[in-house]
Design a protein around this ligand. Sequence first.
Ligand code: IPD
Ligand code: CA
Ligand code: CA
Length: 266
Amino acid sequence: MISSPLMTVMVDAARKAARSLRRDFGEVENLQVSRKGPGDFVSAADRKAEEVVRDALLKARPGYSLVLEEGGIIEGTDKSHTWHVDPLDGTSNFLHGVPHFAVSIGLEREGVIVAGVVFDPIKDELFVAERGKGAYLNNRRLRVAARSDMADALVGYGTPYLGRGSHPRLLREISSVMAVSGGTRRMGSAALDLAYVACGRLDAYWERDLQTYDFAGGVALVREAGGFVTSADGAAEPLASRSVCCGNESLHRDLLAILKKAQATA
Ligand code: IPD
Ligand code: CA
Ligand code: CA
């Protein structure tokens, strides 16, 4: 585990929100659900969990800015630090009673993601990483999978909600990856997709049309587990492009090449 004041703040905030989510998941049928847009649901649990994280982070680091999924941007006095918070990543899973979702918190310093916490409250799996200090799942140090052959690799991806992103492009990408990989998965939580790459359950993962709070926490995990993360177009920092491509050095390179080729065949 990482015992730093920063990690204590992040883990405490995630655990508090997770307690609230766990309670609400048990009563998922009774939740008041509103429609934010086609295919994109926001639940009362989501908002409650975000308030818990926001309050905990603001109390511990009053000057830091926040990018919140529900609450938008809160500008802090400290211009070099920004939290990217998704209190409930995997909302569709949550609302359908699928036990695969997480609280995700990432910290950006001067444009670089330096720490991340992704907590799955149902499986009680806490993924943490801090720059230079490694990545951990509960108390176990993480390494990305060592597989280097795409034919053996399990590759995660995400699909944009209705009305967002380019579905034809994604379909080309998926069929290109399916043609050469060992298997593909669309699991429904970008934060956990990245966490699963960090711990070797997935060998690689890509997704476009994300928001920074979907992936900031997870990017820190993959990098500290020895993995490579860029945007889906190969840019070094995924924050600006809001897309992600990751894996170990070799699969990351291969996946980027497959995505590029799928683009060229448009
Ligand atoms: C979504 C999940 C999903 C990804 C979507 C995200 P939400 O976040 O991370 O896996 O494919 O792009 O918007 O809405 O569950 O917080
Ligand atoms: Ca969310
Ligand atoms: Ca999300």
